[in-house]
Design a protein around this ligand. Structure first.
Ligand SMILES: *[C@@H]1O[C@H](CO)[C@@H](O)[C@H](O)[C@H]1NC(C)=O
Ligand SMILES: *[C@@H]1O[C@H](CO)[C@@H](O)[C@H](O)[C@H]1NC(C)=O
Length: 402
């Protein structure tokens, strides 16, 4: 346990004030038919900056995602690193996590960043809002669209899960959402992001890749035993529905000259924090990457895997939570990939570099333009001198699977 940082009354009051401000803004923007320049008592209030939306493939036919798992951000420079060499300890803090994030954004130039939970960590965070702003700082500075979900630790400081997701959804360039507006659903941070085809292509107005984000909850006591939460039926019901629902009306089905280029249900990727119990079975299977610690999951096995299998569109799932696991393994035809621990204040394995996962989706070249997704690959980058690239593999290829 960390005892380096004690919460102060002052910080607590600041966040409360801040939160009140945020809630007021949300309330007002709902009422005022959303305008960028909101006026309150003749003063103009700044609304969050947004990137060019919708998310879409580049004109070179690629879309690259950076997965950042388990930053465990605390109070910045005051928060010491865990599991680094004794010689590295003195000059190591949360700022090394920040530095890694900046380096990897620069090196990989992703189109989108997905933070898969335990972004911040109490007891090291004395003010959740402050920690979030520091943790996501490089993402906001990069002006790239980014999204986050919560892990089991994020709410341990002074904001609860709903407040955290509200705040995250309002941060600059964030495309995170609290929950679908039309469904009653468990948890906070269940949403779907659609990635559109390349500009100028036949599928420029259609989503060709779906990104599903799910809240896998926190620690709970279930039947008298401490365990982790699980993805509930309400969430799976929503997921099944959203994966098959036609796109919104703004996207007419494209009139295509290329044959069979209109994906009925485009391939999808899912992101959540806590692994499902079946991931344990991968210990006996062929995997790419390291299986170095037990899978910490819920005692309750909710039907996540059968749901994903029956949906058919989800090709890979990206999880975090177990920092010393960074492998990809296949369960019933679906890849489950750990991000590998990213944050320096998160526990890790001394001498085993912090790491991040990259996911690359590439479009198929039609007769006249880019069409649907052809291939999805992944690799990892280590926070060493050369940002070494390791474990590159194909997750899905339209040629070899349906
Ligand atoms: C942390 O960052 C400092 C410079 O900001 C660097 O000197 C140090 O080597 C880094 N430590 C680790 C473990 O990466
Ligand atoms: C996509 O929508 C834009 C704007 O409505 C339109 O100009 C363009 O022709 C559409 N492209 C396709 C391929 O349908």
């Amino acid at each position: 346990m960390d005892s380096d940082n004690k919460k102060t009354q002052k910080n607590w009051k600041n966040s409360l004030l801040y939160l009140t401000f945020i809630i007021t803004i949300v309330h007002l923007t709902r009422q005022t038919n959303f305008s960028r320049k909101l006026t309150i008592d003749t003063k103009t209030v700044r609304i969050k900056k947004t990137s060019d939306l919708p998310l879409r493939f580049r004109s070179d036919g690629t879309f690259k995602i950076l997965q950042v798992a388990d930053m465990h951000y605390g109070n910045g420079i005051l928060t010491r690193c865990k599991d680094v060499l004794a010689s590295e300890f003195e000059f190591c803090s949360d700022l090394n996590t920040t530095r890694f994030l900046k380096r990897i954004i620069h090196a990989e130039s992703p189109d989108f960043i997905a933070f898969t939970g335990d972004n911040i960590f109490e007891p090291s965070s004395s003010d959740a809002a402050e920690s979030l702003f520091q943790a996501f700082g490089p993402a906001m500075e990069s002006r790239l669209p980014w999204a986050a979900i919560l892990g089991n630790h994020d709410q341990e400081s002074n904001l609860n899960r709903e407040e955290l997701m509200s705040l995250i959804s309002l941060m600059d360039y964030s495309v995170s959402q609290v929950n679908p507006s039309d469904a009653k659903i468990d948890g906070f941070g269940n949403y779907n992001l659609r990635v559109y085809g390349a500009l100028g292509s036949m599928l420029a107005n259609s989503s060709v890749l779906n990104l599903f984000f799910l809240d896998s909850g926190e620690r709970i006591t279930y039947q008298g035993l401490r365990t982790y939460d699980w993805i509930k039926d309400s969430q799976l019901h929503w997921l099944r529905h959203v994966s098959h629902e036609p796109e919104g009306q703004e996207q007419d089905p494209p009139q295509s000259n290329d044959h069979d280029t209109t994906p009925i249900s485009p391939p999808a990727l899912a992101f959540f924090h806590i692994p499902i119990p079946e991931v344990r079975n991968l210990f006996y299977e062929k995997i790419v990457g390291q299986f170095q610690e037990g899978v910490a999951c819920s005692r309750v096995n909710s039907p996540v895997l059968p749901t994903l299998v029956s949906m058919g569109d989800v090709k890979a799932v990206f999880i975090g939570h177990d920092h010393k696991n960074d492998f990809c393994g296949k369960l019933d035809g679906i890849w489950f990939c750990y991000g590998g621990g990213f944050g320096y204040h998160a526990y890790g394995k001394t001498g085993w570099p912090r790491r991040a996962r990259i996911i690359l989706a590439e479009l198929e070249k039609g007769k006249n333009s880019w069409t649907q997704v052809q291939r999805i690959t992944t690799w990892k980058r280590l926070d060493d001198e050369k940002l070494s690239k390791i474990d590159e593999q194909i997750l899905w290829d339209r040629l070899f699977s349906g």
